[in-house]
Write a protein that binds this ligand. Structure first.
Ligand code: NAP
Length: 276
């Protein structure tokens, strides 16, 4: 916890200095729009960006059931909760209309179908309807939201669209043939965002591709009672595959320092460049 506070402090001063530098031109805090912000990584991003003083548009599919997110919105006046299913054209259009003309510095495409949560699926056990849904949400939904809010990003100071991908989307680093649908969706997303980055270059929009690893957003690593930790997380800890909660701060710092040179590069949360 001490470590977390120290890192949060560093990040706070980093962002504070950025804010002070830009204060002469613009006094408004930067804005981030996050999809899938009711749980896990998304919720942790809302909390950290809010703690840094950002204005956070925290979208999720069912605000009425997003208790933890609503609690954050009650704590931080600059957090506003919005309804958005990223494959629902009507909801996308409604939210786009609501925020028309308002700059969005960072559009964080976080919400997705994560195979870790929904079961891995393996060859010879394919559910093809589910496979199609994964591709629809993890590739097409991301692009729909990116295009809908691209004018807001273009109108902002920082101009960043960040897609949360996965190390599982690396073709080069494929080691075990599990979760093919999820991996295919993330490899497809990488291709899409790489091309989008090229298309956005002349507009000065940075398209980040970031693999977050599975972050220990619930701080299971420091659980007083090890039996309270879900078994899948215990396994990940044993295999040293769980990223600490501070990975969220590291990703915010990574996003913060991204320039056009980082656009379309496949990054791990650590800052390592992952081969395609
Ligand atoms: N190994 C890796 O590199 C790695 C590891 C973990 C995560 N990730 C990526 O990081 C991101 C966050 O993962 P996570 O672990 O936080 O996943 P998670 O716990 O499964 O949460 C997924 C979030 O996405 C939302 N979502 C799903 N379908 C959606 C839709 N159609 N419209 C809007 N939101 C939707 C969920 O909302 P509901 O609660 O309404 O379902 C939930 O908020 C994902 O893109 C994931 O693929 C990568």
């Amino acid at each position: 916890m001490l470590m977390l506070n120290a890192r949060r402090c560093c990040l706070f001063f980093l962002c504070l200095s950025w804010t002070l530098v830009s204060a002469a031109e613009d006094t408004a805090p930067p804005t981030v729009l996050i999809t899938g912000s009711n749980a896990s990584h998304g919720l942790a991003f809302v909390e950290e960006y809010a703690a840094l003083g950002w204005r956070v548009i925290a979208s999720c599919r069912t605000p009425a059931k997003a208790d933890r997110l609503n609690a954050l919105a009650a704590k931080y006046p600059d957090v506003v909760v919005e309804e958005l299913d990223i494959v629902d054209d009507v909801e996308i259009a409604a939210l786009r209309a609501k925020y028309e003309g308002q700059p969005i510095d960072v559009l964080l495409l976080n919400g997705a179908i994560n195979s870790f949560r929904f079961g891995p699926m393996s060859f010879r056990k394919m559910d093809y309807e589910w496979f199609e849904e994964i591709l629809r949400v993890n590739i097409i939904g991301q692009m729909k939201v990116a295009e809908a809010f691209q004018p807001n990003v273009e109108a902002s100071q920082q101009k960043k669209i960040i897609a949360m991908t996965s190390t599982g989307g690396s073709i080069t680093e494929t080691e075990i043939p599990i979760a093919p649908a999820y991996r295919a969706s993330k490899a497809g997303l990488n291709m899409l965002m790489r091309a989008y980055a090229q298309a956005m270059e002349r507009k000065g929009v940075i398209v980040g591709i970031v693999a977050p690893g599975t972050v220990d957003t619930e701080d299971y690593m420091n659980a007083e009672d090890p039996d309270s930790v879900p078994s899948n997380y215990r396994n990940m800890m044993r295999m040293n595959r769980l990223a600490p909660r501070t990975a969220i701060d590291d990703m915010i710092a990574l996003i913060d320092r991204m320039t056009l040179e980082d656009s379309g590069v496949f990054y791990e949360w650590t800052g390592r460049v992952i081969p395609w």
